[in-house]
Design a protein around this ligand. Structure first.
Ligand code: SF4
Length: 475
């Protein structure tokens, strides 16, 4: 085994000196540059990272520059790269470096490990590449290479195996060459010992590779499958402004913590009844008039109508937005590690922002769970039982804004609460004035944006795609 280890280290290092790729973060060993690159490279391909890295380093060339930047700018610079908590943690770590270490990343493994967002792998990468310390940097690529070369059949999904492989990796580091050796290991995993088609014939260590000799290069590493991500159906709204907000759409900022914290997005709601309605459509068509009856009349499938109703109601109950879904715009998907959002996006006409009292009356009348989500078991039956036959009222009908309430069986008093303006006591002029006034009183975190405003706000990829397609269509 000893010979195989020495052979591995020497051959790998020699190979790396000849074959290493020229990458922007390899220009020098500045620990800040190494740190940024390693964070960006987590779960992301090198080709994708390069332009982001160059832009990020041009905008935030030092730890101090990153620490002092507004978070919105950092997120904007990261926009499209995904896993946004990495950007927030990186900035928090930079602020710690400024506060605790005067802006200089310390040559101290414990101190580096204590920075926000730095786990065992990043600590090893920064300490070895920037400071040439003999620290292991074991990620998925490295675990694959070591499992194959040493023919190890332990489950690499287990923490215990990772710790064992870290010990093995550190024992392989040639004296004085920690940085190059760790990069060589990563490079071999990325270029030669790839997951599905290892290039054993061109591999510098094939001669002593126990996995290959045992014919197990395609079997190893052993990795138990992670739980598949949970699918979540969501309904999203492109709410279009009117009056002074014509040409704009409504967006909101996510809460300060949790998934996609502080990123901007279109309003969207969990489609609580999605499971219950997944039975095949009955094929019955129902005529739904859009808010611009002179344009066209669409015949929509039953389930589509139900979805639009649910979206309208949920926006009212969850966000105080009385908005009327007009038409399906597109489908989109956003994959997180533990969850997949399946989004159905609807163009919506903006009505009013409900007063809290009105919202509460709606909520009271409508079955919601403790989390403010519709009960899947309740929603479809209540829609079915109470929906009016025939067409939805059009905008010329004073009650058009009440249609969601009416269609889903809300009692008259909730209907009135949801659309006080639509009860017939307002003239058209008064209605427009009230709409204009209430258009300005958005719930906290919401705002109207034009296409140009997108330049300042950071959106997750999925909403970037949706909004860009929307602006394209409008132009
Ligand atoms: S010989 Fe094949 S399996 Fe072994 S390390 Fe090289 S590429 Fe991987």
């Amino acid at each position: 085994m000893m010979d195989a280890k020495i052979f591995f280290s020497q051959e790998l290092l020699s190979w790396f000196h000849i074959h290493k790729r020229t990458l922007p973060w390899r220009q020098n060993r500045d620990p800040y540059r190494v740190w940024v690159s390693e964070i960006m490279l987590q779960q992301t391909r090198v080709d994708t990272v390069i332009p982001y890295y160059e832009r990020f380093m041009a905008r935030f060339p030092t730890v101090a520059a990153l620490a002092a930047a507004p978070e919105e700018e950092v997120l904007k610079c990261w926009e499209g790269l995904g896993y946004y908590s990495r950007a927030r943690n990186l900035q928090a770590g930079a602020q710690e470096v400024v506060e605790r270490y005067g802006g200089v990343i310390p040559d101290d493994a414990e101190a580096v490990a204590g920075l926000k967002g730095i786990g065992p792998y990043t600590r090893g990468a920064v300490m070895s590449i920037a400071f040439n310390r003999a620290e292991p940097a074991v990620d998925g690529n490295v675990m694959r290479v070591l499992s194959r070369y040493f023919c190890l059949e332990d489950d690499i999904a287990k923490n215990k195996t990772r710790i064992q492989l870290e010990k093995l990796a550190v024992s392989l580091i040639p004296d004085g060459h920690a940085g190059d050796f760790n990069q060589a290991l990563m490079e071999l995993g990325a270029l030669v010992c790839t997951p599905k088609s290892p290039g054993c014939l061109t591999c510098p260590v094939m001669e002593h590779c126990a996995g290959r000799l045992a014919g197990k290069e395609l079997v190893l590493p052993i990795k138990t499958k992670a739980k598949p991500p949970r699918e979540e159906r969501r309904l999203a709204a492109i709410v279009e402004g009117s009056g002074s907000q014509t040409g704009k759409v409504l967006v909101r900022q996510r809460p300060a913590s949790g998934l996609l914290a502080r990123m901007w997005e279109l309003p969207h709601v969990l489609d609580g009844a999605a499971g219950a309605e997944s039975k095949p459509a009955r094929g019955r068509k129902r005529t739904v008039r859009t808010n611009r009856p002179q344009e066209h009349t669409d015949a929509l499938p039953e389930q589509e109508v139900l979805r639009m109703e649910r979206l309208g109601l949920a926006l009212a109950v969850e966000s105080r937005l009385l908005a009327r879904p007009l038409a399906h715009w597109m489908e989109a998907e956003h994959v997180f590690s533990h969850i997949i959002w399946k989004l159905d996006i609807y163009r919506c006409e903006f009505g009013f922002v409900l007063e809290e009292e009105e919202r509460q009356r709606l909520e009271h009348s409508y079955e919601v769970t403790a989390r403010g989500e519709m009960l899947a078991s309740e929603a479809p039956s209540s829609y079915t039982l109470h929906r009016l036959d025939g067409e939805y009222p059009g905008p010329e009908d004073a009650g058009s804004w009440a249609y969601t309430g009416r269609a889903s069986g809300l009692p008259d008093e909730a209907l009135t609460a949801a659309a006080g303006i639509a009860t017939g006591t307002w003239t058209e002029v008064e209605a427009e004035e009230l709409q204009e006034e209430r258009q300005q009183q958005l719930p906290e975190g919401y705002r109207w944006i034009s296409r140009e405003d997108m330049d300042e706000l950071a959106f997750p990829n999925v909403f970037l795609r949706i909004l860009n397609s929307y602006w394209e269509q409008q132009s």
